[in-house]
Every structure is written in C-alpha cells, then in structure tokens.
Write a protein of this length. Structure first.
Length: 299
C-alpha cells in the first residue's frame, strides 16, 4: 500500500495536460484537463488548480509524467528541463523548477509513457505480471518496461518506437521520422497513417489492407521486443492502439514474424492486450509516482 496523504499528479501531454489531487494508489479526488499552451499560460493554471483543490493541505508528493524529450535523471545538471522540442516555448524550460515554485512537495518526474505504463502495471492490464511492456501508439510510438510494478531504470528512457522495421515492398509511403528511413514510428504512428492514407486507421474496415499493413509493422516491433526481452505481456495503448480489431491483427502479425520461433513466449491468448485504464493511465500513474520517495524505478 502506498503512504497516506494528499498527493498531486500532473500528466503534461503534447496537446492537453491533466492535473489531479488524490492518493498515491491512483484514486482521484479532483481533476481537470487543461490545454498544453505555453509555459507562461499553463503554469499559472496548474497553480490555480492546486490552490483550489489542495488549499489548506500540504501535498505529500507531486508526481509528474511529462512529454519529452525531458531530462529525468535527478543527478543531471539539467534535471527536469525539456530538451529541444517543436512545441513553442517549451525548449529548455525548467519544468521541475517551475513546479517547485508552485508546490512545496517532493517531485517525482517520469516520462508520460512511463507514468501510463506504471499505472497499467499497478492497477491495469499488467497487474501481477513480472516483466511487461507498455507501448503507446499515437502521435508517436513510445514504450516503457515494467518490472514487478516499477519502471525499469534506463540511462535516458527506451525509444522502442525507433526500432528499425522492414518496409513492405508495396508500401509507397516514406518514413515520417526525420532520423530514420525505416523505423516503427516513422511508418506506423498516427501521423504516418494520416500521411499515407489521408485518414485515421479507424476510418478503414477491420481486416482491410490498411489495417493489415499497420498491424504488420507493429507486429514486427512486438516480435523484436519478444526476442530482446521475453516479456510476459505487452499492452498496446494510444489512439492508434484503440482501433477496433488492431490488437488481434498485431498479435497474428507478431507470431508470423517470429516464424514459430520463441512461440512459447508469446503464443498464448492475452499476450498482447489493450490497456485497462484507457485515457486515465497517465494521470493515475503520475499519482502513483507521487507516493514514491525515489524515482519510479525498480530497486
Ligand atoms: Zn525513428
């Protein structure tokens, strides 16, 4: 059980920010959704939320799951700073420093993907799983490795979305990743789907060629993760991940890609699974992080 007390959570997303007060088991007592505008507009709104909903209480901790790239290593000189990003006003912004000015509580910072993965590991689809992977497929592809209810430590953080995959010979689309000509994010994330098909995947028929192509790419990614880590389960979340029928199609593609090898590790019902917490995973995970005295890493 987490410690008692009132905790704060922030999920700083690319387009919207969720703020909540609750307990460190992820139960929310109050919440709000704010547009992720510029720091100068958003930070006072966050301060007002906590003034309204935690007035008279000292928060016992504040958990933050943030979009990146952001420095999450507490030992780094620029800990808590955003790195170069396309979002106006955020490059180089000292997020943790600004939040410390709002809220006099210990801050635990993780990536938004790690926060969502942590929530699925503690309360959702990866509960009880020793080694699991949380993948989010949306405007990008990100991933977190969860080990016994904690985020596996890493030098920066995993970049599973940029693992190389093989483009289909009949797929004329180019990778939209500016770093890689053939990575999963460049070929199968939401913007790549929009660029190629002119519509989101849910606009197309389940089992149709559009679904098959994206499922094949995500299946390649999952097969690589199975071979590298042998997880006991993989969650596929995110906006693209919610496309009806996609998880099953990715599962079939992953098994095809494995070619019968390592089948025992992945060929059971429910190995690939949908998230249980849906859109709340990030903010629930941020609250779970708030109760940690150490960064949300496995001991
Ligand atoms: Zn890439």
């Amino acid at each position: 059980m987490a410690e008692t007390g009132l905790y704060g959570g922030i999920e700083l997303g690319g387009t919207k920010t969720l703020v909540a007060v609750g307990d460190a088991d992820g139960r929310m007592f109050a919440r709000a959704t704010l547009p992720t505008t510029s720091p100068g507009v958003l930070l006072p709104q966050i301060a007002a939320f906590f003034a309204d909903h935690a007035a008279g209480h000292d928060l016992a901790g504040l958990g933050v799951g943030a979009f990146g790239p952001i420095v999450i290593d507490p030992a780094a000189d620029d800990y808590g700073h955003l790195l170069e990003t396309n979002k106006p006003g955020w490059s180089g912004f000292d997020l943790v420093g600004a939040l410390q000015g709002i809220c006099n509580a210990p801050i635990t910072l993780v990536t938004d993907v790690a926060a969502a993965g942590l929530a699925e590991a503690r309360l959702g689809s990866l509960r009880g799983v020793d080694l699991g992977i949380y993948l989010t497929v949306g405007t990008g592809i990100g991933g977190a490795i969860l080990y016994r209810g904690q985020v596996l430590p890493a030098l920066l953080h995993p970049e599973m979305g940029h693992l190389p995959i093989q483009a289909h010979p009949n797929d004329p689309a180019r990778s939209i990743c500016r770093f890689h000509s053939s990575c999963a994010e460049g070929l199968a994330a939401g913007p790549a789907i929009m660029a190629r098909f002119g519509a989101s995947l849910s606009e197309f028929a389940t089992g149709g060629p559009e679904h098959q192509l994206i499922a094949d790419y995500l299946g390649q990614l999952c097969a690589t993760l199975v071979l590298a880590l042998s997880p006991q389960g993989i969650v596929i979340g995110g906006g693209v991940g919610k496309t009806p029928g996609l998880v099953d199609a990715v599962n079939a593609a992953m098994l095809r890609q494995l070619g019968g090898y390592a089948g025992r590790s992945a060929a059971y019902a429910g190995f690939l699974r949908a998230p249980a917490l849906d859109q709340d995973a990030g903010i629930v995970g941020a609250l779970c992080c708030a109760g940690l005295r150490e960064p949300a890493h496995a001991a």
